[in-house]
Design a protein around this ligand. Structure first.
Ligand code: CTP
Ligand code: MG
Length: 187
């Protein structure tokens, strides 16, 4: 191969790789955005409303402990779904995600977050106690699972990257929320 042909072959290769990275990052952000926004909204809503209604209506499970606890409110649950879906509405204008997809991710995120609390209560952990990985990943994993069951086509590498980076992002944003006075605990 001549030098010029070699250079242009390299250019094509690097532009193809660039497109692949571009596509990968876009997919990552588009999937993460509704989940992250849905998960962050209840913290703000609960702080603004001051008084909220627990999703478990203060009922106890067969082990005598609260089903979910006071940290999971009806207002937080529905506001999370609404805000995550609104992100999807915005993204649908650039054809990045449909409203239905964003709704599925947001609903999954809120159900996953509640499932995390359910598991924490069964382990005897009080509201707000730290549960490493469960606190950071339950919302994401259930959101992605519900997305996969409804729409399919999730790329394993995208999922693995999201699972790898989310705990760190979650810890950093929670610390920020704590510093801003939105959260009582920095985790
Ligand atoms: N929140 C809410 N409704 C939800 C989820 C969260 O009102 N469905 C609010 C609560 O005020 C909660 C805060 O957001 O205290 C932080 O959320 P999170 O860390 O998920 O709850 P924890 O208080 O840590 O409770 P748990 O131990 O059950 O996770
Ligand atoms: Mg917490």
């Amino acid at each position: 191969m001549g030098a010029r042909a070699h250079v242009s072959a390299l250019r094509i290769k690097s532009s193809a790789e660039g497109r692949l990275v571009d596509c990968f990052l876009r997919r990552l952000l588009v999937l993460a955005a509704p989940c992250y926004v849905a998960n962050a909204t209840p913290v703000i809503v609960a702080r603004v409303l001051k008084r909220t209604h627990p999703m478990d209506w203060e009922r106890r499970f067969i082990d005598g402990r609260r089903i979910l606890g006071d940290g999971k409110s009806v207002e937080g649950f529905f506001s999370g779904i609404a805000s995550g879906t609104a992100v999807g509405l915005a993204l649908s204008y650039v054809s990045a995600l449909s409203v239905g997809e964003a709704f599925t991710l947001s609903l999954g995120a809120m159900l996953g977050d509640a499932l995390g609390s359910f598991v924490k209560r069964r382990l005897g952990l009080e509201r707000g106690d730290p549960a490493p990985l469960l606190d950071q990943l339950s919302f994401l994993l259930v959101a992605l699972l519900m997305y996969q069951l409804t729409y399919g086509g999730l790329d394993a590498f995208v999922v693995a990257t999201l699972v790898a980076v989310t705990p760190l992002i979650h810890l950093l944003t929670n610390r920020l929320a704590y510093k801003l006075g939105l959260k009582d605990k920095p985790w």
